[in-house]
Write a protein that binds this ligand. Structure first.
Ligand code: IDP
Ligand code: MG
Length: 139
C-alpha cells in the first residue's frame, strides 16, 4: 500500500453540532495522520470553485448554499491507502445507504447535510489539497 494524502472537510452540519473532535478521532484511530487543518468560512466563490466538477448537476446550487451556511473544518489526512480509507470511514453519499458505523450513517441528516467530504481519487486529492493548502502549511 502507498502512503497517500487526501482532503477531508467536516461540513457545516458537523461543525455546528460540535463533531470536529469526534470525527478527527475516527480518522486518527484508523491510522490516518492529520498533517494540516483549519476552520474556515467559505465564500460563495470558494465553494463554487471547489465543487466546479458538479456545476452542471441539478443539486449544485443547494450544495454551494449548504457549504457556505457556516464554518467548515478542512484538513489533510495522510496514511496507507488514505483516500480509500477515508471514503470507507465516511460511508455512502446518501446517509440512508451508508453502512452502520460510518460517519455518515452515524451523524448525517440528509444527502446535502452529509457531514463530511473526502477526495475520491489520487488526481482529485492532489487538486483539492492544493486548492486549500500551500505545501508549507502541511507537515
Ligand atoms: P461524495 O461527497 O460522496 O463524494 P458526490 O457525488 O461527489 O458525493 O457529491 C458531492 C456532494 O453533493 C455530496 O456529498 C452531497 O452533499 C451533494 N449531493 C450529491 N448528490 C446529491 C443529490 O442528489 N441531491 C442533493 N445533494 C447531493
Ligand atoms: Mg465527491
Amino acid at each position: 500500500m502507498a502512503i497517500e494524502r487526501t482532503l477531508s472537510i467536516i461540513k457545516p452540519d458537523g461543525v455546528q453540532r460540535n463533531l470536529i473532535g469526534t470525527i478527527l478521532t475516527r480518522f486518527e484511530e484508523a491510522g490516518l495522520k492529520i498533517v494540516g487543518g483549519r476552520l474556515q468560512q467559505l465564500s460563495q466563490a470558494e465553494a463554487e470553485g471547489f465543487y466546479a466538477v458538479h456545476k452542471h448537476r441539478p443539486f449544485f446550487g443547494e450544495l454551494v448554499s449548504f457549504m457556505i451556511s457556516g464554518p467548515v473544518f478542512i484538513s489533510v489526512l495522510e496514511g496507507d491507502d488514505a483516500i480509500a480509507k477515508n471514503r470507507d470511514l465516511m460511508g455512502a453519499t446518501n446517509p440512508k445507504e451508508a453502512k452502520p458505523g460510518t460517519i455518515r450513517a452515524d451523524f448525517a441528516k440528509s444527502i446535502d447535510a452529509n457531514t463530511v467530504h473526502g477526495s475520491d481519487a489520487p488526481e482529485t486529492a492532489a487538486v483539492e489539497i492544493a486548492y486549500f493548502f500551500r505545501s508549507i502549511e502541511l507537515v
